[in-house]
Design a protein around this ligand. Structure first.
Ligand SMILES: Cc1ncc(COP(=O)(O)O)c(C=O)c1O
Length: 377
């Protein structure tokens, strides 16, 4: 008998929602026209692209002209960082970010450092939160951009974006947030957050992979990463994929209703309380107890190795926060920045729930965890 497969890695990627797939289908089968062409074949693609732009704008509470379609979250982040930096080199050469960003922020920052840009990586506390006072202290007259992620992909901690954005903009500094993990899970209204730039990754919100968005507030100048024809208001050249945009637009439409997250939130909390009653002080929570994505549960199995537990956790898809390099366990930079002790961090597993997660699946995972945790304990 094969063990039932259980997917608890929604922060890595989500399945495409059936309504999203249905909306995309005509653009696979029939509507192949180039949205920029001047004839009949362009019309369905052009109309769909603009409808999708409106759906994204409605979710973010922004104007349609402020939505730039990209190939995903990584491109949106690269466009925000490099685009601002290249457009504003005359105004300054200092960017502030944090130590817990996704590689899609950290690596473009490293690249910009090689070009002579100064980058400040703000620390976080033990829950993975930035202190807005640290941001205030880090801003200099040379600062051109602050980029702080909305919610962390590994531990789910939500940052005080409103406070940080207020501080940055109070100094006349642009503020970007990587919202790849928060869109569709918590409110992401760009005016509520007070941000100038915000990144979305389609495949984290039940849209396909290979599509994302950068929100660019009206008046913010960006140098494109991809030069070419004037697509996307001159901010990202390349014939737009109506197929992918339609998928993301439909996903954004669905994401406006966050009520499905209430069920996920309750299920996640039930999961945690079940683990606590089974394993007591052999486990610890990573991330903020309250300021945390409703679907994310990062648990340390103290003194154990997360990857080894996952290997024995038959049929369960989840992630670990540590990697084994030549017999040494290396904590993820996020857990390291949170000063999680090695014997805690090496046993970290990230479970991330989603719309498809059921109560039965959570019960089954708790049950299955008994097997690896009984070994050598
Ligand atoms: C916080 C965060 N930012 C950016 C990305 C990159 O998005 P994409 O895979 O669409 O390039 C991810 C994906 O894991 C992420 O979790």
């Amino acid at each position: 008998m094969t063990t039932e497969r259980i997917y608890l890695d929604y922060n890595a990627s989500t399945p495409i929602d059936p309504a999203v797939a249905a909306a995309m289908k005509p653009f696979l089968a029939d509507h192949f026209g180039n949205p920029s062409s001047g004839h009949w074949a362009a019309l369905p693609a052009k109309a769909a692209l603009e409808k999708a732009r409106g759906q994204v704008a409605a979710l973010l509470g922004c104007g349609e002209d402020e939505v730039v379609f990209t190939s995903g979250g990584s491109e949106a982040n690269n466009l925000a960082l490099k685009g601002v930096c290249f457009a504003r080199r005359d105004c300054g050469d200092h960017i502030i970010t944090t130590r817990i960003e996704h590689p899609a922020i950290i690596e473009p920052c490293r690249f910009l450092e090689r070009l002579g840009v100064q980058i400040t990586y703000l620390p976080v506390d033990g829950f993975g939160r930035v202190d807005p006072d640290d941001l205030s202290r880090a801003i200099t007259p040379r600062t051109i951009l602050v980029s702080i992620m909305h919610a962390n992909n590994e531990v789910g901690t939500i940052q005080p974006i409103e406070d940080c954005a207020r501080i940055a903009r109070g100094h006349g500094v642009l503020f970007h947030t990587d919202a790849a993990q928060s869109v569709g899970k918590i409110a992401t209204d760009v005016n509520g957050l007070g941000v100038d730039l915000l990144s979305i990754a389609g495949h984290k919100l039940y849209a396909p992979k290979g599509v994302g968005v950068l929100f660019v507030r009206r008046g913010v100048l960006l140098e494109p990463l991809i030069h070419g024809a004037g697509h996307e208001g001159g901010r990202r050249a390349g014939t737009e994929s109506a197929l992918l945009a339609v998928g993301l637009g439909q996903a954004c439409e669905l994401a406006r209703d966050l009520t499905s997250m209430d069920r996920v939130h309750a299920l996640r909390d039930h999961f945690w309380s079940e683990l606590q009653s089974r394993f007591g002080n052999r486990i610890a929570l990573n991330g903020h107890p309250a300021h945390r994505l409703p679907n994310t549960l990062n648990v340390s199995f103290i003194g154990r190795v997360g990857a080894e537990i996952l290997e024995r956790l038959e049929g369960v898809a989840a992630s670990t926060g540590s990697a084994c390099h030549s017999e040494r366990i290396k904590l993820s930079p996020v857990l390291e920045a949170m000063c999680v002790a090695p014997e805690m961090g090496m046993g970290a597993i990230r479970f991330s729930l989603g719309r498809g997660t059921t109560h039965e699946e959570i019960e089954a995972v708790v049950e299955r965890l008994n097997v690896p945790l009984a070994v050598a304990s």
